[in-house]
Design a binder for this molecule. Structure first.
Ligand code: SAM
Length: 269
């Protein structure tokens, strides 16, 4: 249980660490309800900050690991939760953290009100550990959640949508106004749930090629697939017996079609 700790000095939010602290208890409760922690879960919180979510997570779970880059905040958290048996703090950069080491053979549930400047690279970093992750709950800029969840044909559909949807089921949960934070960010936020697929519904043969195909096609959204893919295929591109229209633009292709395209290319290149 939490012990009484001496009053701590006010923390001044650091912009470089994307510090916008959640202060709206209604939003905090909604996030915690969506996560629905069970006593046996190992929860990993990225960027606990002043502990807005941490308090509720520690009460609900058996094992909570937190990763915080800010030395001052890490020190506060250590003091505050010193008496918690199943609490461990990693003072490190989440982008460089070895999540397999944190998982230590267990499955983790990952949670975070993420600093907006690292959210996309962090999502890609976490994908490497997807087999040890049962689900993830993140507060992100709404614009990023729109891109994660966008279907083909939508203006927000792009590389992030295809890559994340290949690996995870994505559910946009609810939006959060700037007034829920202190200091208030300039943009609206949203909470998203990502559930890594145990078996991806479509199987890529060559993951490196898939990543290159998706990246290349979306680098110039207005180009046709045929024109974009020339750089990967030395100018030649033939896909006999395929339904894929190489005259189409990338935003019209579903994840399944990107997988089929990459698998066909892997056989012809
Ligand atoms: N969870 C708290 C809340 O909801 O009030 C704080 C959220 S604040 C948006 C982001 C937190 O992530 C800050 O505590 C910040 O210091 C931390 N942070 C920023 N960059 C980080 C990184 N690369 N690795 C780990 N933590 C980071």
């Amino acid at each position: 249980m939490k012990t009484t700790t001496p009053e701590q000095p006010r923390h001044r939010a650091r912009k470089r660490f994307g510090q916008n602290f959640l202060v709206d208890t209604h939003v905090i409760n909604n996030i915690v309800a969506a996560i629905n922690v069970k006593p046996d879960d190992h929860v990993v919180e990225i960027g606990p900050g002043l502990g807005a979510l941490t308090d509720a997570l520690i009460k609900a779970g058996r094992h909570l690991s937190v990763i915080e880059i800010d030395r001052d905040l890490a020190q506060r958290l250590n003091q505050r939760y010193a008496s918690e048996k199943h609490f461990s703090l990693h003072r490190s950069d989440a982008l460089k953290t070895d999540f397999a080491e944190i998982a230590s053979g267990q499955t983790m549930r990952i949670v975070g009100n993420l600093p907006y400047n690292i959210s996309t690279p962090l999502l890609f970093h976490l994908l490497r550990y997807r087999t040890s992750i049962s689900d993830m709950y993140f507060m992100l800029q709404k614009e990023v959640v729109d891109r994660l969840a966008a279907p083909p044909g939508n203006k927000n559909y792009g590389r992030l949508s295809v890559m994340m949807q290949y690996h995870c089921q994505i559910q946009a949960l609810f939006t959060v106004p700037p007034t829920a934070f202190n200091p208030a960010p300039k943009v609206t936020s949203a909470v998203v749930r990502l559930i890594p697929h145990i078996d991806p519904p479509h199987r890529v043969i060559d993951m490196q090629l898939f990543e290159r195909v998706v990246k290349t096609c979306f680098q110039q959204r207005r180009k046709t697939l045929r024109n974009s893919l020339k750089v990967l295929t030395d100018g030649m591109i033939e896909l006999p017996d395929s339904d894929i229209d190489l005259g189409a633009r990338p935003e019209t292709l579903s994840v399944a079609e990107f997988v089929a395209l990459s698998n066909l290319l892997s056989k012809t290149m």
